[in-house]
Design a protein around this ligand. Structure first.
Ligand SMILES: [Zn+2]
Length: 338
């Protein structure tokens, strides 16, 4: 196990005793091959200041660069150590944390600050260049409505959001190999599953504007490798999958929900877990922030066999992902390019 992935609180304390240790980690994560000056392209080990750990000075042109510039921590008044504590808490607790728990545990004064930190950490839960899933494994694709049970506003779908889900079906005999998302080739710690001969592989979840082909097409094209066997229900929105280069397997259900669970079992387990998580851990989620929560859920799901490396992976991504602007954070338009 990588030494930078703390496995307990004392471990965390030892690896990250102070602000300087966090900056040293960030420096290594941001400049794995050495510092490159953004002004003059000078390459080498930047000059460090004892009293200003965020500042790096180019040894040639003498200009300064902030280490947190261009990361999710940029312009934050929160100490880096608190960010690291936050990433550690969020990734080591199995279901994650609510913003209120997060605020209390980290001793943050304002709820909004805690909420913003958590939401920025969620943006570091999607690798910008993550690859399409499927390939030699079939995938199940379906849509579901989430949220909506807002207090005092009655029932109905008026606050519900449509979410598309894609999950890989892998044979149980093969435990997932080293995580292709991670550079160190860790093996899983245990195997999941529900007493079946298959297990869920990787997952993708995204908000969809509607159930029409025009909405489903880009979602599937972006997330599924060409040629993959794609299992769906008989909804007409999937009628073009063969034309798009997939092997389409229609599972006919015709309104029988007990049969539905037999025929697209994995994606329905995922949707059920998602519902429980959104309500149980986060007490419901507003539509404008939903994609952030979906990203966190997918991150946890895809790393459930490798929980101890999640921390390292969040910070590695955090170190090179541009943060959403305040506006993007709140109007829900933020998403990773590509
Ligand atoms: Zn320079």
């Amino acid at each position: 196990m990588k030494k930078n992935s703390p496995q307990s609180l004392p471990d965390f304390q030892r690896v990250f005793p102070n602000e300087e240790a966090c900056y040293a980690y960030l420096y290594a994560a941001r400049f794995p091959n050495g510092f490159i000056c953004p002004y003059c392209n000078w390459f080498g080990d930047a000059y460090h200041f004892q009293t200003r750990p965020d500042m790096l000075r180019c040894r040639r042109c003498k200009r300064d660069t902030r280490m947190t510039a261009g990361t999710i921590m940029q312009k934050s008044k929160i100490p880096l150590l608190t960010w690291f504590w936050g990433a550690f808490l969020v990734t080591s607790l199995t279901p994650g944390m609510s913003a209120l728990q997060f605020q209390k545990m980290l001793g943050i004064n304002r709820y909004e600050t805690a909420f913003n930190m958590l939401h920025k950490l969620r943006t570091a839960m999607v690798r910008p260049e993550r690859d399409a899933i499927g390939g030699k494994w079939p995938v199940e694709v379906d849509e579901t409505f989430v949220g909506g049970a807002t207090q005092g506003e009655g029932h109905g779908r008026h606050h519900k959001s449509l979410v598309g889900g894609i999950v890989e079906i892998r044979p149980r005999i093969k435990a997932p190999g080293p995580d292709p998302n991670l550079p160190f080739g860790q093996r899983p710690q245990h195997r999941g599953g529900h007493g079946r001969d298959v297990i869920a592989g990787r997952l993708r979840l995204h908000i969809l504007p509607n159930r029409k082909q025009e909405a489903l097409k880009p979602f599937i094209l972006k997330n599924v490798q060409p040629g993959t066997e794609v299992r769906t229900d008989g909804w007409a929105g999937y009628d073009n999958l063969e034309k798009l280069g997939f092997r389409h397997k229609v599972v006919l259900i015709q309104g029988d929900h007990t049969k539905m669970d037999q025929h697209l079992p994995m994606i329905h387990i995922v949707f059920g877990n998602l519902d429980v998580w959104l309500l149980g851990t986060h007490h419901g989620v507003s539509p404008k922030h939903l994609q952030g929560y979906l990203n966190e859920f997918v991150f946890r799901f895809n790393r459930r066999f490798w929980p101890l490396v999640a921390f390292d992976s969040v910070l590695k991504i955090a170190a090179r992902v541009k943060p959403p602007t305040y506006e993007q954070l709140y109007n829900g338009t933020w998403d990773h390019p590509g």
